[in-house]
Design a protein around this ligand. Structure first.
Ligand code: 5AD
Ligand code: SF4
Length: 459
């Protein structure tokens, strides 16, 4: 196929599953395909290429991919009957974990591309067009991936920026070390360049992403001597970019929460008062079996230190119920740590047995009904805490970054410093600005706010 033919109007539909790193990767894949003439399609039926950017973290997530592939097969067959075609690519963590099994189970798939091989998509597309065979790219080569991806195009006032990938922690429940490979940090200057380019495009808030984002370590910028930097130093460095107003990062591991990063929360105004710091369980026995590398008490101490540095910080977490060997008493310890910490938001899951992980082979797997019951109790507690945290904002005036139009005309949706969604009446011209907003109400998923004048806000 010649360059000319490749450049004719084509369209791609990308469906993203799972975490924010996949959202970032999907945006970058779209950016990579654009110069080849691929515009975004609204639905798979309209697309010449469909990419499923998949998640393998829990069984349900992986199974969704196969049911979607079933649906896509019908669309592809119908198109082929009409003389057309549609290429199907499976990207992301299912691609990495299951590789060739995917094309064996789902022959309609043309390409399987792991998370570190997206930059090779254009050549893979050219090859499928030539060979009509299955193509598999699942090597780990993180640096090459970032070097070869096209410029990151901003889409609104907030953006994700991947700074770190992979994980060496090997929690015994988790597939990430196998699907995303070892911990790799991107170089400081490459991150700063991407951040500056996003800000030039109007971005006000950047969320630094990594499976273990606070394990990020790299040499200081070229020209600066000294030891390797940690995430706290990176945040301070990025905070110097004029026009960048807010910095966030996710997801952190308690083992990598160093003093430099905690101090940044106290001293760097642009670093938002919100921290997602998963603990998974409150039982030392289960934490040990999970290979988390810390005790419940160590986590509680750490949160106390973080709160001493930034008293208003909103803490968020992840929890797993029903890990193998979890007794009623262990579960009570999880409820106890939740009571102790008081979370502003949280994600909680039933343990899902993932093939190839040590947890899958452990004895004393917990019955599904037991997991259901524990999850319901835990979620009721977490939901009550979230609601209390939201209620505590009533009457306060918070700076809200207005991100996108709301459902009603004249309404915008923004985020508070604590990452709460806030609905507010404001003109479209205010999109992308940070406005003082008085919190006046609460719905299950958002806060309602009213714009206040700058004078009122200062009073
Ligand atoms: N089962 C249930 N939850 C899991 N997580 C990771 N692996 C599993 C699993 N096998 C959860 C953890 C992690 C989040 C991203 O997903 O809570 O922090
Ligand atoms: Fe998975 Fe644990 Fe690594 Fe997080 S730290 S990605 S839960 S192995």
């Amino acid at each position: 196929m010649t360059q000319e033919r490749q450049k004719q109007g084509k369209s791609v539909f990308i469906r993203t599953y799972g975490c924010q790193m996949n959202v970032y990767d999907s945006e970058r894949m779209a950016g990579l395909l654009k110069p080849l003439g691929y515009e975004a399609a609204a639905k798979p039926e309209d697309a010449d290429l469909v990419i499923l950017n998949t998640c393998h973290i829990r069984e349900k997530a992986a199974e969704k991919v196969y049911s979607e592939l079933g649906r896509l097969k019908k669309i592809k067959t119908a198109k082929q009957k009409n003389g057309g075609d549609m290429a199907i690519a499976v990207a992301g963590c299912v691609a990495q974990a299951e590789g060739a099994e995917i094309t064996a189970r789902a022959p309609q798939v043309d390409m399987v591309v792991g998370p570190q091989a997206y930059h090779r998509l254009p050549e893979m597309l050219a090859r499928t067009a030539r060979e009509r065979g299955d193509i598999l790219e699942t090597d780990f080569a993180v640096e090459e991936k970032f070097d070869r991806l096209a410029e990151h195009k901003a889409d609104g006032p907030t953006a994700f920026l991947t700074v770190q990938e992979g994980c060496d922690k090997f929690c015994t429940f988790c597939v990430v070390p196998y699907t995303r490979g070892p911990e790799v940090s991107r170089p400081t200057d490459a991150i700063a360049a991407e951040a500056r380019s996003l800000v030039v495009q109007g971005v006000k808030e950047i969320t630094l992403l990594g499976q273990n984002v606070n394990a990020w370590r790299a040499r200081p910028p070229v020209g600066v001597v000294g030891d390797a930097w940690g995430l706290g130093e990176l945040c301070r460095h990025l905070a110097k970019i004029d026009g960048l107003e807010r910095i966030r990062f996710t997801t952190s591991h308690p083992r990598d929460m160093d003093n430099g990063l905690i101090a940044a929360f106290a001293e760097e105004e642009k670093l938002m008062p919100y921290l997602h710091l998963p603990v998974q369980s409150g039982s030392d026995k289960i934490l040990k079996a999970m290979n988390r590398g810390h005790t419940a008490a160590a986590y509680i101490d750490q949160i106390a230190k973080i709160r001493a540095a930034r008293p208003d910080i909103a803490i968020s977490g992840d929890f797993i119920v029903g890990f193998p060997g979890e007794t009623a008493e262990d579960f009570e310890a999880t409820l106890a740590i939740v009571e102790e910490i008081n979370y502003a938001s949280a994600y909680s899951f039933k343990y899902s047995r993932r093939p190839g992980t040590p947890g899958a082979a452990m004895p004393k797997q917990v019955a599904e009904a037991e997991k259901d019951e524990r999850l319901a109790r835990l979620q009721a507690l977490l939901e009550a805490q979230r609601s209390d945290f939201n209620k505590a904002q009533m009457g306060r005036i918070l700076p809200v970054l207005l991100e996108k139009p709301g459902r009603h005309v004249g309404q915008l949706i923004g985020r508070s410093p604590y990452l709460q969604s806030v609905h507010v009446e404001a003109p479209l011209s205010m999109l992308g600005s940070i406005a003082p907003v008085r919190i006046v109400g609460q719905t299950p998923n958002a806060l309602a706010g009213e714009r206040v004048t700058k004078g009122e806000a200062a009073a």
